[in-house]
Design a protein. Structure first.
Lengths: 442, 331
């Protein structure tokens, strides 16, 4: 294996992508009710701009962007605002959300809108259009996309990297996007390169998706420097730092952002969402979601209106099996388990995985036997065994010295741990405790 | 599906199939051929020795450890390795004492599984070596009927064991004290005097290869030990022809059992890969030094215990370079 197509360490969880990787993307019918949390992205939540009783068309704003590090939220179907209240959020908390009763007889055609012609636009105009459309990173973190379009000039960003690795088990939404909408991906890249003024683009795709690589190669434009790079199949290949290492051979310095090495990474789904803004003018009101897992009767890749409750999503997939045990938003390595099926699909929801009994991590936790598997798994080359020992005795400052901040909670260490120690959980809690302690000092 | 049936755990939500008990029991299983070999050479005495050590280790674990700690298999390994490191005719009450000592002072006083600095089986053996130096160096000969009881197995506690009728020195003892060599073929097959697990180098090696293939044993340590012993003793043999050659060094004594099963104890060996190489090399050097220049014919036990003590320092010195740090071009 050469460093040009991969990174060191990492793990090989069962891919389980075969459940859905061959299934074409299908559109899911509108549910009776939609729930739109105002906090769906990293940064400030949107500001409410509707009130109970308002009628909304498909694509109308229900929340305005609150500053630059924020995006608006749009109604994903025509209907009536029936409630604005706290509602279960897919991250396990409660969040302020707009509930819309979907109009069963509406044609669900978006209001006609002006489609901006990208070629004549300045960077600022593209940024504005993308922000207005509410586009965020669709890979899970939901970082506002327009912010990445205008990186500070002094870093000299030279390469745009498109993340098509999709290394989480089960998930195939990016895979199907690349197979079915390769032109849209390339068009989005064109707009991004124009706005950012970069000359070079690399699309990284894991080798286990040959049809996606083929589709992207077949439709690649001749007039742009776009390379499709097959990557080693390994978790977490899709982590930003790992992907940059694989594509450029450069390590992003500890504690720094990717722009410091002259690259910007964008998820393949987000690029397709940008394309849609400049193709149809439609804001981000629906997304492709992989609904999968052995606890689900009929796995699928679906176009889901943002705000669809998990309950309705499962109902569309013929429901869950009798041995369904855990519902996970996102993939099983970094996803969030939810207990409340009233939580909605939001912009950052890459997939919903239902694990069956026996597939979960429940079980006895043994003491650390210092086998060193976590050290061989950690893609950041930390010592999770040592960090775990320190976390248990709450020595957070020492953990900080051991580079706790560099841990991206990918879960590789906990995945391989034979003693079933919940390392990622310990590290996440330690990060919070450390922040709290530092805030007290400051 | 009602929500109260759902479980909610932190990510990652899946895990690899390997578990700590599974690793431990695989180690136990891979040692069964070694026990059978010992039974082939030393008859029922070998089985009594090993059974006693395991039983007492488990009982002690039960009495001192947390509930359910027996199921993790670690006490079984301790008992098994202790039994295999003893001569066939070692009085069983001493074996029992050693096994109890191994669990209590080798493991539990440190805080139980995962916390101990020294390999528990070797702690037990070191205790026995200090307490009963004669009995532990009285080596019954291999061969004879399966049901022959060797040595003074059933000596009453705190009596002097009877002088043994049929004994034979170990190859290392022969070399050290009488200047006699042993045929390599005998060493490899194991038809020599010695502790139970000293005499089946090839079977031990096979067990180690199986464990390494399954990923339950880190191959770097045994390879490092054996390569170091090989190189160091070859050099000495070249300089001074009366010193034993490399193959003799590797296949005699407890080197194979120590290198494959004791030095690789995950709890007491370094956690980093570089550390494992250093650890193994240190053991290899010490074994040769003790065997060639020391007062004892065999040095595997002390070599491993000494390197166990250095493990925390090796760990500290061999921390991996964190991603994105110490970059040459970093500003």
């Amino acid at each position: 294996m050469s460093f040009a197509t991969g990174f060191r360490h990492g793990v090989h969880p069962p891919e389980e992508k075969g459940l859905t990787s061959h299934l074409p993307i299908r559109r899911m019918p509108y549910p009776a009710e939609l729930v739109l949390p105002l906090r769906q992205h990293a940064g400030k939540p949107a500001k409410l701009c509707v009130k109970v009783g308002d009628k909304v068309e498909r694509g109308d704003k229900v929340g305005e962007a609150d500053g630059y590090m924020s995006v608006p939220i749009h109604a994903s179907a025509a209907g009536t605002v029936v409630d604005v209240d706290w509602w279960p959020h897919p991250d396990g908390t409660m969040a302020e959300a707009v509930r819309i009763k979907v109009d069963r007889f509406a044609p669900q055609v978006a209001r006609p809108r002006l489609v901006p012609h990208w070629e004549g636009l300045t960077t600022e105009q593209v940024v504005k259009a993308v922000q207005d459309a509410g586009v965020v990173g669709l890979g899970g973190a939901a970082f506002p996309t327009h912010v990445k379009l205008a990186p500070p000039r002094d870093y000299g960003v030279h390469t745009l990297i498109i993340n098509g690795a999709e290394c989480e088990p089960y998930l195939t939404s990016d895979h199907r996007t690349m197979v079915e909408y390769p032109q849209r991906v390339h068009f989005g890249i064109r707009v991004m390169m124009h706005a950012m003024g970069v000359q070079k683009c690399v699309i990284g795709v894991e080798r286990n998706k040959p049809d996606a690589i083929e589709a992207l190669q077949r439709t690649a434009p001749n007039d742009l420097d776009v390379t499709i790079l097959p990557l080693t199949v390994k978790y977490p290949q899709g982590a930003e730092k790992m992907l940059i290492k694989a594509v450029t051979g450069v390590e992003v310095p500890s504690g720094k952002l990717p722009v410091t090495v002259g690259v910007v990474v964008q998820n393949v789904g987000s690029v397709a969402a940008i394309a849609e803004v400049f193709e149809t003018g439609l804001p981000l009101i629906e997304r492709i979601v992989t609904v999968s897992g052995h606890g689900l009767r009929k796995p699928a890749n679906l176009i889901v209106p943002v705000g669809t409750k998990l309950r309705d999503l499962f109902a569309h997939c013929d429901g869950v099996t009798t041995d369904a045990a855990e519902v996970i938003i996102g993939g099983p390595m970094m996803g969030q388990a939810v207990a409340d099926l009233d939580a909605p699909v939001i912009k950052g929801t890459t997939g919903v995985v239902v694990l069956a009994k026996g597939e979960t991590r429940e079980g006895v936790v043994y003491p650390c036997i210092h086998c060193g598997r976590c050290i061989d798994a950690c893609p950041i080359f930390l010592n999770p065994s040592l960090l775990g020992d320190l976390a248990r005795v709450q020595r957070y400052e020492e953990m900080a010295e051991q580079h706790l901040a560099d841990c991206m909670l990918c879960g590789s260490c906990a995945y391989v741990c034979p003693s079933n120690i919940p390392l990622s959980q310990l590290f996440q809690a330690s990060k919070v405790a450390l922040r709290r302690a530092q805030a007290l000092v400051a | 599906m009602s929500a109260d049936k759902l479980i909610v755990t932190a990510s990652p939500h899946i895990r690899s199939l390997d578990s700590t008990p599974r690793i431990m029991w695989h180690v136990v299983a891979s040692l069964i051929p070694v026990v059978l070999c010992a039974a082939w050479f030393f008859g029922v005495s070998a089985l009594l020795q090993v059974t006693t050590a395991i039983t007492v280790a488990l009982l002690t674990e039960r009495a001192t450890g947390k509930g359910g700690a027996i199921a993790d298999g670690s006490a079984t390994i301790t008992g098994l390795l202790l039994g295999l490191s003893l001569p066939a005719g070692f009085p069983l009450w001493m074996t029992a004492l050693g096994a109890a000592f191994a669990i209590v002072f080798g493991k539990q006083v440190w805080g139980g599984l995962g916390q101990n600095v020294f390999n528990p089986a070797l702690v037990g053996r070191a205790f026995l070596q200090a307490a009963f130096p004669v009995a532990i160096t009285t080596w019954p000969s291999a061969g004879g009927s399966f049901f022959t009881l060797r040595g003074d197995l059933f000596a009453l506690p705190f009596t002097h064991p009877l002088p043994n009728a049929v004994t034979s020195a170990t190859p290392l003892g022969l070399l050290k004290f009488e200047g006699k060599g042993t045929a390599l073929a005998d060493l490899v097959v194991g038809s020599t005097g010695g502790s139970l697990g000293e005499t089946a180098a090839l079977v031990i090696l096979a067990g180690g290869i199986y464990l390494a293939w399954r990923g339950y044993l880190n191959w770097r340590i045994p390879v490092s030990v054996i390569v170091t012993v090989w190189m160091f003793s070859s050099i000495l043999h070249l300089v001074d022809g009366t010193k034993p050659d490399a193959l003799f060094m590797i296949f005699s004594g407890g080197l194979m059992l120590g290198a494959v099963y004791m030095a690789t104890d995950m709890v007491t060996s370094p956690i980093t890969n570089l550390g494992k190489w250093i650890f193994g090399a240190g053991i290899g050097m010490l074994v040769v030094v003790i065997r060639v220049w020391g007062g004892l014919p065999e040095g595997v036990m002390y070599a491993i215990l000494f390197m166990n003590a250095l493990t925390p320092f090796i760990n500290r010195a061999t921390q991996p370079r964190v991603f994105g740090t110490q970059l040459r071009s970093a500003a």
